[in-house]
Design a protein around this ligand. Structure first.
Ligand code: PLP
Length: 388
């Protein structure tokens, strides 16, 4: 395909931040040494790179302590590690009725095993959640509220600070799935009262696939047991997992080339500035919404007001009259516009916004897109819906 515009960025950032590929290659070409397992320069260099990446994550998300920054493969493993690590029989969890399967499936599995119970707070048709809906569901057994910072289906942001405040006041742990918000919106573990922040490196953080993190408050760090056990290169005399973090949660060899790539991506975010990234993506989204709002054949799901720049990330879901979403996505792809179609791993979201079972065509934008790119995408969309 000669011409294409990739508006499937919510799935994975493509292209990655400038320099990510080179950073990964440099790590491998320099010897790809493991950390914590050798007393030679290459091992120390890897240790330093790991330490710096923990620092970058800690700075970006205002984590309470460096050792509470633990690496994972992405949000999915981070959430599983959290749920299996802190929940006990009889515990109750609250989430939102629009969450990604990375949240719903481990909760459903734990529920099926008879270990926990969970409740879902209803969002409105735009994906907004009134924090009071969370309060209404709290029981004496509620140990955790787990919510996404921004919907991967409609892009709507959640009032995480208000929800975090409720959790703090009620003595409940608060966890956030940052998959769609990290790298675009500021998230502060301290100010937002977050006890566990699940991070993926390959979306808004613009890094490679295969790396993410789970950042913990001291309260959550004190409770969490390891989901995966194995070698850590430390405390080798012990037959059980070491108690200190991050070792307790980091069994096995870490995805070091991916961490080297994430390290470069996080530098790029710092150089570019979150405010600039958010502003540019909000400009792109507003322009796209202005254009599609003028197409009578298109129905936008979620927030369609182009002026609502703080209430959403750069993710727009839509359907076209009389056309199956997969047919529309196929036509777009043939014309060079890459989108994602279907339920986007979040069936309950589509039940909430009334697009179940067919789902939506999802457009999601990157900092590397320009306003003319958005106009081109809108022109192509318009010509497809008008000619079919
Ligand atoms: C809201 C949300 N949560 C979780 C995930 C899962 O992330 P990962 O595949 O990196 O574990 C995604 C990815 O699509 C997502 O959009």
């Amino acid at each position: 395909m000669d011409f294409f515009i990739n508006t499937d960025q919510a799935s994975t950032a493509s292209p990655k931040a400038p320099g990510v590929g080179n950073a990964m290659m440099r790590f491998i070409d320099a010897g790809a040494f493991n950390a914590s397992r050798g007393i030679y320069t290459g091992a120390f260099d890897t240790e330093a790179m790991l330490y710096r990446t923990r620092e970058q994550l800690s700075e970006l998300f205002d984590a309470p302590r460096l050792k509470n920054v633990t690496f994972s493969s992405g949000v999915t493993l981070a959430i599983n590690a959290l749920l299996y690590g802190i929940l006990e029989k009889g515990d109750h969890v609250i989430t939102r009725a629009m969450e990604h399967n990375a949240v719903i499936r481990p909760l459903a599995q734990l529920c099926e095993e008879g270990r926990i119970d969970f409740s879902t707070a209803m969002a409105d048709e735009e994906g907004r959640l009134d924090p009071e809906r969370i309060s209404d569901l709290i029981r004496p057994q509620t140990k955790l509220v787990l919510i996404t910072a921004a919907s991967n289906v409609v892009g709507t942001c959640l009032p995480i600070r208000e929800i975090g405040k409720i959790c703090r006041e009620r003595g409940i742990l608060f966890a956030v799935d940052s998959a769609q918000a990290a790298g675009t919106f500021p998230i502060s573990m301290r100010d937002d009262h977050i006890d566990a922040l699940a991070i993926t490196g390959h979306k808004g953080l613009m890094g490679p696939q295969g790396v993410g993190a789970l950042l913990l408050s001291d309260a959550a760090a004190g409770l969490i047991k390891p989901l995966v056990c194995g070698g850590t290169g430390s405390f080798s005399q012990l037959e059980t997992m070491p108690e200190p973090l991050p070792d307790r949660l980091e069994a096995g060899t870490l995805p070091l080339p991916a961490i080297a790539g994430l390290n470069r991506a996080l530098d790029w975010i710092e150089e570019t500035g979150l405010t600039n990234i958010h502003k540019h993506k909000a400009d792109l989204t507003a322009q796209f919404l202005r254009r599609v709002n003028k197409m009578p054949e298109i129905r936008v799901f979620g927030i369609s007001d182009p002026e609502d720049r703080e209430g959403r990330v750069a993710v727009v879901s839509l359907q076209a009259d009389g056309m199956d979403p997969s047919e529309l996505s196929q036509h777009l792809s043939e014309a060079g516009v890459l989108t994602r179609v279907g339920l986007h791993c979040a069936p309950r979201a589509h039940q909430t916004i009334a697009s179940y079972p067919e789902g939506t065509v999802r457009f999601s934008f990157a900092y590397s897109h320009s306003l003319p790119d958005i106009d081109k995408v809108a022109d192509i969309l318009k010509s497809i819906v008008q000619t079919s």
